[in-house]
Write a protein that binds this ligand. Structure first.
Ligand SMILES: Nc1ncnc2c1ncn2[C@@H]1O[C@H](COP(=O)(O)OP(=O)(O)OP(=O)(O)O)[C@@H](O)[C@H]1O
Length: 260
């Protein structure tokens, strides 16, 4: 999708919510917490198989936007649709199981081995037989660049980068079509971060995943995103390909972000 000649040619044009290929749609979504308005009428369509990165200052509403996709937050007005179905009307448990969610801080279950962590959702849904479980866990650990031999270890016996990889393997185990990632590489060193980014890009292309990834790091957003959503104060400042953002920043805020 990156570099696609059919990509939107204007720098700040949002995809229309009725885009036929959309897997996630936001339709005039607003959200407040008490007196604080956090999202102001967000219109957004994320395409199937798209890697969308979301960037913006702290508190601009990135996490809230992400949480609306897996029903951790609901809009005050407007609609969020996943696969054409309104999130508000969906079965929350099924929806969450079908969407991978990777966040920086709350990671793995500390009292479970790596293997049990990875197999968590398939165990709940009895998707794997006992024999299958060992093979699938090994395959997933290998997929995210880990030795299958770490399966019996506990999370506190791993490095931060290894834990992040296990978190991604756990999310992948549920065979999600959508992955929501909130600062997934925030706590790892620069070299590990780059290698995790590269592996994630490979995985996304190989599996055709739709990924929404929140980051503070504009370089990460430009590297990973087919499109980048820049948020400012609960609004979309710009939505465009990395090239569009760099060549045609929509306003001074985006320009400063890119420049930095
Ligand atoms: N459950 C909540 N109750 C009250 N206020 C909340 C709640 N969740 C978020 N907020 C507020 O909403 C605003 C947006 O929060 P959000 O987490 O979406 O921002 P963010 O862009 O992800 O920030 P950061 O980059 O710091 O994670 C902030 O002012 C935050 O304090």
């Amino acid at each position: 999708m990156r570099g696609d000649a059919n990509e939107h040619s204007t720098a700040s044009r949002a995809v229309e919510p009725d885009d036929g290929d959309a897997i996630i749609e936001f339709d005039r979504v607003t959200k407040s917490f008490g007196d604080t308005a956090v999202l102001h009428g967000i219109d957004l369509a994320v395409r199937r198989g798209e890697f969308l990165t979301i960037v913006g200052r702290s508190g601009c509403g990135k996490t809230t936007l992400l949480k609306m996709v897996n029903a951790l937050e609901y809009p005050d007005s407007g609609r969020v649709l996943v696969n054409g179905e309104e999130v508000k009307e969906s079965n929350r448990v099924e929806l969450r199981r079908s969407i991978g969610y990777v966040i920086q801080s709350v990671g793995l279950f500390p009292n479970m081995t790596v293997g049990r962590n990875v197999a968590y959702v398939p165990r709940l849904t009895r998707a794997w037989s006992k024999e299958q479980e060992r093979d699938e866990v090994a395959r997933l650990l290998t997929t995210v660049g880990l030795e299958p031999a770490i399966a019996p270890r506990y999370p506190n016996e791993l490095s931060g980068g290894q834990r992040q990889r296990v978190g991604i393997a756990r999310a992948l185990a549920a065979k999600p079509l959508i992955m929501l990632m909130d600062e997934p590489f925030g706590a790892v060193d620069e070299i590990t971060r780059r290698s995790l980014q590269d592996e994630l890009l490979n995985l996304q292309r190989r599996l055709g995943l739709t990924i929404l990834l929140v980051t503070h790091d504009i370089r990460e957003a430009l590297k990973l995103g087919d499109r980048v959503l820049v948020m400012e104060g609960g609004r979309i400042a710009q939505l465009g390909t990395p090239d569009e953002l760099v060549s045609y920043p929509a306003d001074a805020f985006v320009e400063e972000l890119i420049g930095g």
